[in-house]
Design a binder for this molecule. Structure first.
Ligand code: GN1
Ligand code: CA
Length: 126
């Protein structure tokens, strides 16, 4: 059984523990087969992730599974989902300081690129 919510056949789970993006990804991989930080590839999934956080102590900034491809500067999802949905906040991704290679969701569920070393809650999918 899924300790979160099943969306389009994938189990999404929210963890309020503060980890950096790499630690969070390791945690997601360790809890289930094919686990990764969550891909959020539609407005439907994005809204449901908001509800998942709302039901589990309230909405917060959280890691998602987006990573910048260093060679092309584009973003990909760690689970291989095609990057097509544009969920970025206005003005993002801005790669502030040239080191914002990971992706978080803000309270309003818009995406921001941010340094991977920040500590945040996170959402896994598998
Ligand atoms: C934050 O803190 P500041 O304004 O330099 C954010 C950036 C966003 C920016 C948007 C660590 O940068 O990723 O693009 O706000 N950095 C952090 O205004 O959250
Ligand atoms: Ca940014």
């Amino acid at each position: 059984t899924c300790g979160g919510v099943v969306l389009q056949g994938k189990c999404y789970q929210f963890f309020r523990k503060n980890l950096n993006a790499h630690q969070a990804e390791s945690h997601c991989q360790s809890i289930c087969h094919n686990g990764h930080l969550a891909s959020v590839a539609s407005s439907y999934i994005r809204g449901e992730i908001g509800k998942l956080m709302d039901r589990n102590g309230g909405r917060t900034r959280a890691w998602l599974g987006g990573r910048r491809i260093l060679r092309t500067k584009k973003f990909r999802w760690l689970d291989g989902t095609r990057w097509s949905y544009n969920g970025w906040a206005k003005g993002e991704p801005n790669n502030r300081g040239g080191k914002e290679n990971c992706v978080e969701t803000w309270y309003n569920l818009a995406f921001n690129d941010v340094r991977c070393t920040r500590l945040k809650p996170f959402i896994c999918s598998c």
